[in-house]
Ligand binder design. Sequence first.
Ligand code: T3D
Length: 288
Amino acid sequence: MSTAHTPAAAGGADEAPLLISTEGAVRVLTLNRPQALNAFTTGLLSQLRIALDEAATDANVRAVLITGSGRAFCAGQDLSDPHIKPEFDEHTGEVDVHRKPKAKDIGNLLDHYYIPLALRLRSMPVPTICAVNGVAAGAGANFALGCDLVLAGQSASFIQAFSKIGLVPDCGGTWLLTRLVGRARALQLALLGDKLPAEQAQQWGLIARCVADADLMSEAMVVAQKLSKMPTRALVQTRQALDASMDLEFEDALKLEARMQSQLGYAHDYLEGAAAFLSKRPPVFKDR
Ligand code: T3D
């Protein structure tokens, strides 16, 4: 059964910048500013973080699926958002070099919105799946790549748009890209800011799977439903162990695995999994 609600929000075109629904134990979050390719405003960023907080604390939620409405996943930061919009002559489109522009600290925006969001996503106590339904640019691309499993439709693409406007990759991009595709390809993506089609993104190991556009949501939902029935705590600790392994010596990774198994071995889900296997019945996992 699917239920839907939207959080209380400001009116106007952005009445519901984030759609929230639930299918079984899967919480579905849909970025919903299609008129601006679902670009992030501070309002959308706040709602996304609140929605992730809610999913994290709701014991009935066992997976989160994130997607976008319309033809794009997310075009990154909304560059017309008053919080960061630069001052320029609206008629000529030129920046007046003689007039000292009022400084807008973009780092401030990151501190207050992007960093908490990226950390929230990465520390979710349930698996996260992103269904990239179209272009994912700038922070939109890196927010998607921060999810545990990324599926993309064949017409989707990934753009590290930052260099084109004089910025560095953010929302975790520098960390994620080097780990996902290595330094050479990370630099190619980040310096040139070119569009990487979904199929190539899969070949490069940037995302898990590229699927036909028409099948994207159903395929992503199958994955999300499957994960929602699995031992959540073990899945989340697997994410943590894989992330930590990048900075660990081999022996330290072995020790971390042992500490995690030690904890998980006492949990209901391991007892259930082993008992179900030995008694040849399907397991019912409950831990979160
Ligand atoms: O201050 C900071 O920036 C700090 C935070 C940084 C994090 C970031 O994410 S920086 C990167 C910001 N994003 C971009 O630079 C991407 C800008 N967008 C594009 O390059 C292109 O729109 C796309 C390649 C994503 C898609 O191209 P296309 O040709 O399919 O669509 P379009 O015609 O460019 O866009 C359609 C509409 O969406 C258009 O509005 P209109 O003319 O129909 O009224 C366009 O202005 C709007 N739109 C697209 N991206 C943004 C946007 N509006 C505001 N902000 C955007 N990022």
